[in-house]
Design a protein around this ligand. Structure first.
Ligand SMILES: NC(=O)C1=CN([C@@H]2O[C@H](COP(=O)(O)OP(=O)(O)OC[C@H]3O[C@@H](n4cnc5c(N)ncnc54)[C@H](O)[C@@H]3O)[C@@H](O)[C@H]2O)[C@@H](O)CC1
Ligand SMILES: Nc1ncnc2c1ncn2[C@@H]1O[C@H](COP(=O)(O)OP(=O)(O)O)[C@@H](O)[C@H]1O
Ligand SMILES: [K+]
Length: 479
């Protein structure tokens, strides 16, 4: 599991390390790593390092200091380095001196555009973890001239370090080189960061604020049957979804549940015939009351938000088994919170709202800080909340939070959420911790989405069909 720390925690860890490290040492470590990556990018994009041109965008803090020192290191490899100082009087003193000693050139903001246009690589050292608010106008104006690859120092300037939110001009980097530990921006703003590289500067941190599941975590958590297993021991999942008019949600959610594990899937609802026709292995009935025993329920996709849907939701919440309440079920909960009275408080509930459903549940949209938003909904509903979006955030009532960083945006297609809810339900039925179940499901969902899309639009059916390939790549990776 990858750990991610807020800038407040990073700063405290840096302070502890600075106190026992010779002056300037940490910045030189960071900058050396940065220079190595800059040289690598030059070689990748131009075929050589020596004689190439790098322009540094230098702000007034230590982030600019990193860029200046990296420029000095690049000079040793005969790179022509120019530095545009946004606030010359406040540029990092030692870094600027080092760059000048090495033969680097300092150019004014006014002359900046031509040096940016001429560059083979631009280093963004405008702001780092102490950035507040959107980029100032002078920095924003310079960005308009960038056409070469960009290497962001620690994080792409203009993106909020703790939330990944972008609400003004911001750097879009090809690679971001960060120091010591990942910060929230790196997980929450993948499109702004590009490829991420972590340079070790000796920071010591534990107990992350936010996590990201590795492929290995998901593989280790995913239920794999052993010799003693049968269809019941892998978990029986019930799916209450779809309607006679809209059977698609039922087909997608039940199909995802069937493909996720080797357990049994029961379906209950008005789309029983359609589900049975598409998935003969699913045991389908017309009503949740005669569905039989299950170890978890998925409820909501396509059930409608009227009285019947509410009765179905109340029924499954009262069974004493984990429930994944998705789509219409989240809307019913928002409108009639009393349905939750049917729930045994000790059984897990997973809510899977998109931003609109979140607003219904919480009374206001998630806002810029999606991790905080998911955490507060998790506390309010005493449930695991999977907040859908480009980056999906999963928060538990005890404060644990993880983020699933997607591979592209092809998942944003109709019915994609129904597939996700089936995956969550299957993992709940298998007995996974609900936070891990939601996180692992989101991971496999986005992996299936990228395999299905492979660079072109796909559909929810395509994502569903790619679930086995996604699981195969996790569970039996080619050696
Ligand atoms: N403290 C340490 O131990 C280390 C810090 N490092 C670097 O230091 C950075 C943090 O440095 P600082 O705390 O000096 O701060 P930053 O360099 O992040 O930025 C603060 C400066 O930028 C200005 N600023 C803030 N918001 C702005 C905006 N929206 N537009 C334009 N200017 C803005 C502020 O006035 C301030 O002068 C890290 O991101 C990292 O790059 C690395 O050298 C590794 C070691
Ligand atoms: N821009 C995006 N990039 C990546 N994934 C996205 C994006 N927008 C939405 N998604 C994902 O697509 C799925 C959409 O689910 P949902 O909103 O429930 O749609 P539907 O109701 O049509 O199934 C969610 O898993 C969500 O995280
Ligand atoms: K930066």
């Amino acid at each position: 599991m990858q750990g991610i720390w807020t800038t407040e925690r990073i700063r405290a860890a840096e302070d502890r390390l600075l106190a026992v490290t010779p002056d300037g040492e940490l910045m030189r470590r960071a900058a050396f790593g940065l220079a190595v990556h800059a040289a690598e990018m030059l070689a990748e994009h131009t075929g050589s390092v020596s004689g190439r041109r790098v322009t540094l965008l230098v702000g007034s803090g230590n982030n600019g200091g990193d860029a200046l020192w990296a420029g000095a290191f690049l000079r040793r490899r005969n790179v022509a380095v120019s530095a545009i100082l946004l606030k010359p009087e406040r540029a990092h003193g030692a870094g600027l001196a080092a760059l000048k000693r090495s033969g680097g050139k300092v150019v004014s903001v006014e002359d900046g555009p031509q040096w940016i246009r001429r560059a083979d690589l631009v280093l963004d050292g405008i702001v780092g973890i102490s950035a507040r608010g959107p980029l100032r106008a002078d920095a924003a104006a310079l960005l308009e001239h960038v056409s070469s690859p960009v290497l962001a120092v620690d994080l792409p300037s203009g993106v909020d370090p703790d939330t990944g939110a972008v609400d003004g001009p911001a750097v879009v980097a090809d690679r971001t080189v960060t120091f010591g530990a990942l910060k929230p921006v790196h997980a929450l703003a993948p499109a702004s960061c590009g490829e991420i590289a972590l340079v070790d500067i000796g920071l010591s941190l534990s107990d992350p604020d936010l996590r990201r599941l590795d492929t290995a975590d998901v593989a280790a958590a995913w239920p794999v049957p052993g010799p003693g297993d049968d269809k019941y021991s892998q978990g029986v999942v019930g799916v209450a979804a779809g309607s006679a008019t809209y059977p698609g949600a039922a087909v997608l959610a039940a199909g995802a549940a069937a493909l996720a594990t080797s357990g049994l899937v029961r379906y209950a609802g008005h789309a029983a015939d359609v589900v049975r026709g598409r998935w003969p292995e699913v045991v389908a009935t017309g009503s949740v009351t005669d569905a039989g025993r299950v170890q978890a329920w998925v409820v909501g996709p396509g059930i409608g938000t009227g009285n019947e849907g509410r009765d179905v939701l109340r029924f499954v919440l009262g069974r004493g088994v984990p429930v994944c309440a998705d789509a219409d079920a989240t809307t019913i909960i928002a409108r009639s919170p009393d349905v939750l009275d049917a729930r045994d408080p000790d059984t897990p509930l997973v809510l899977t709202p998109h931003a609109g459903e979140f607003e219904r549940l919480m009374g206001s949209p998630p806002g810029a800080d999606r991790v905080a938003a998911a955490r507060s909904a998790a506390r309010k509903y005493d449930a695991v909340v999977l907040l859908k979006g480009h980056c999906t955030v999963v928060a538990a009532p005890d404060g644990r939070a993880l983020v699933n960083t997607p591979r592209g945006s092809w998942l944003a297609t109709a019915g994609s959420g129904d597939v996700l809810s089936g995956l969550v339900g299957a993992l709940l039925a298998a007995g996974l911790d609900p936070w891990l179940a939601a996180g692992a499901a989101a991971h496999v969902h986005s992996l299936a989405g990228s395999l299905a899309a492979d660079g072109a639009p796909t559909s929810a059916s395509g994502i569903l069909a790619a679930v086995p390939a996604a699981l195969r790549s996790l569970l039996s990776p080619a050696s």
